[in-house]
Design a protein around this ligand. Structure first.
Ligand code: 5GP
Ligand code: ZN
Length: 116
């Protein structure tokens, strides 16, 4: 269900602008407003799910759809061969700032490890 005050739900409902790069019945992908790499896309479920920490066993298909979208976008954006980073921040210690599940696709430069 959609949350009336959630930032990403509002983007999904087109109440807030975003540069959308992919959409289907289940998934929306758009550019991050403050990109941390030359390629920085966010892949989100259209259904409001707070994060990985809120997923249930029945959500396996949704996770598959999100990652299928991410790998497709990585190919389309030309980073599949050079490599990229797929990140999901979960909860306070994970550094999650928007409480609507999202995959980050980061690419176009070498990534450091470990993360901060
Ligand atoms: P988190 O820290 O929750 O893993 O990631 C949230 C991401 O959402 C951040 O990378 C941040 O730049 C991005 N973000 C925050 N507000 C907006 C917005 O209004 N529009 C878009 N496109 N991205 C946003
Ligand atoms: Zn939401």
């Amino acid at each position: 269900m959609s949350d009336p005050i959630c930032l990403f739900c509002r983007i999904i409902r087109r109440e807030l602008p975003a540069t959308v790069v992919y959409e289907d019945d289940e998934v929306l992908a758009f550019q991050d407003i403050a990109p941390k790499a030359p390629v920085h896309l966010l892949i989100v479920p259209k259904r409001h799910v707070e994060g990985l920490q809120a997923l249930e066993d029945g959500d396996a298909g949704l996770i598959g759809s999100l990652f299928a979208c991410l790998t497709r976008l990585a190919r389309e954006r030309g980073v599949a061969r050079s490599g990229y980073r797929a990140v999901v921040n979960a909860g306070a210690d994970g550094g999650q700032s928007v409480l609507h599940l999202h995959l980050h696709l980061l690419g176009g430069r070498p990534m450091d490890w470990p993360p901060g």
